[in-house]
Ligand binder design. Structure first.
Ligand code: NDP
Ligand code: PYC
Length: 344
């Protein structure tokens, strides 16, 4: 995968300095300090981890969206008690991550007290990788599943137009020794962000990623972006997961389906305003005599013994370790672009 926005010499940046720079950009474009900090950590964290489709390359999109008035960067999320194991959150047309942060202490307390907690977030904008929404829960000993619906760019099997979003699903669980397992994946063969990067870098898409405006299979990223669409991974099986995510992230939460997102009145807007569902489970309530984390570790060991060397998350964790040691590599071109987002 290419490095988005590459150009000129690469400067290693201290992670905290990068977070501070991004926070300045968010603040300069109308977010509250709390929202600026959460989004800056999220976006810098994606770059640090080599999750390039949701790293620094997304900053101009955040800024264009804030300037369009489509999202409220100062929204105050409202957390509503929905029952012993249920929280509803009205993100109030703000970003999903501050809404999840507002619900987190109560959600964890409910999960520990009752065994599980559903956090149903509505009227929320999600423009980021989803693993930051699950990893901290697994690090705290809980199992976490998160689902978000995005904008309609994925065509269901047999359909003539896109209905589903690229709808990411993330899962994280504790392993022995304080480690975690985590995966985070779009339901489309490629995330929309990767198609944008491929178009910029003039790379062909893999076979089966998308169709052009006439519905013909194409490997040309521009054809997908100019009126074409993406395809779910695994045909009808990926499409079924896309449907589940629409139901959980929109119907259950009270948010919008991907095909209902209408930002036509806000030129420049890029963040889908939909919903997010996060499910927390306390694995200590389960039936494993050996202990949940030890059982997860046994599975990882069996996979390694069978020949699977790379677990999901391994690539990111290795990139994180290196970036925290050596700095996050940022190109001169990207630094100039980021500087422009503070000033203009
Ligand atoms: P990838 O296909 O790159 O990766 C999906 C998962 O598979 C990751 O957990 C990855 O681990 C793991 N993985 C990849 N290759 C291997 C391998 N060879 N062996 C074992 N595991 C592997 O992700 P996507 O392109 O589907 O999604 C990219 C990002 O886009 C995600 O963070 C997602 O949340 C985000 N997204 C956000 C949307 C939104 O609405 N906010 C919409 C759609 C996508 P690792 O991370 O370590 O590589
Ligand atoms: O990469 O598909 C994507 C995406 C949609 C919204 C944010 N990211």
């Amino acid at each position: 995968r290419g490095k988005a926005g590459e150009g000129g010499a690469m400067t290693p940046m201290d992670f905290d300095a990068l977070v501070a720079l991004l926070a300045r950009i968010f603040l300069a474009n109308g977010t509250s300090p709390g929202v600026a900090d959460i989004l800056a950590r999220n976006c810098a964290g994606a770059e640090r981890d080599g999750a390039m489709s949701h790293g620094l390359f997304r900053m101009p999109g955040y800024v264009a969206t804030l300037r369009s008035g489509w999202v409220d960067g100062r929204a105050q999320p409202v957390v509503e008690d929905g029952g012993a194991s249920f929280l509803r959150v009205d993100a109030a047309n703000g970003f999903a991550q501050p809404a999840l942060a507002a619900a987190t202490p109560m959600a964890m307390a409910k999960a520990r007290a009752t065994g599980a907690c559903v956090v149903a977030i509505r009227r929320s904008h999600h423009f980021a990788a989803l693993w930051p929404d699950v990893e901290p829960f697994a690090e705290a000993g809980l199992v976490a599943i998160a689902m978000v619906d995005s904008m309609a760019v994925v065509v269901p099997p047999g359909a003539k137009k896109p209905v589903y979003g690229t709808n990411p699903l993330a899962f994280a669980a504790p392993r022995a020794g304080g480690k975690i397992v985590v995966f985070d994946q779009a339901v489309s063969l490629l995330a929309h962000g990767d198609v944008q990067i491929a178009a910029r870098e003039r790379h062909a898409l893999p076979e089966g990623a998308g169709v052009d405006a006439a519905g013909r299979p194409t490997r040309d990223p521009r054809a997908v972006l100019d009126g074409g669409a993406l395809l779910p991974f695994g045909g009808h099986k990926g499409a079924a997961i896309a449907m589940m995510i629409e139901i959980m992230a929109a119907a259950l939460t009270g948010g919008l389906y991907a095909h209902e997102v209408d930002w036509s009145g806000h030129p420049g807007a890029q963040t889908p305003c939909t919903g997010e569902c996060v499910i927390l489970i306390d694995p200590a309530r389960g039936g494993s005599a050996a202990g949940f984390a030890a059982r997860v570790e046994q599975l990882v060991e069996a996979l390694r013994a069978a020949g699977q060397e790379r677990m999901p998350g391994d690539r990111r964790f290795a990139a994180r370790e290196k970036a925290l040691r050596e700095g996050v590599a940022v190109s001169a071109e990207m630094l100039a672009r980021l500087g422009g987002l503070v000033a203009n």
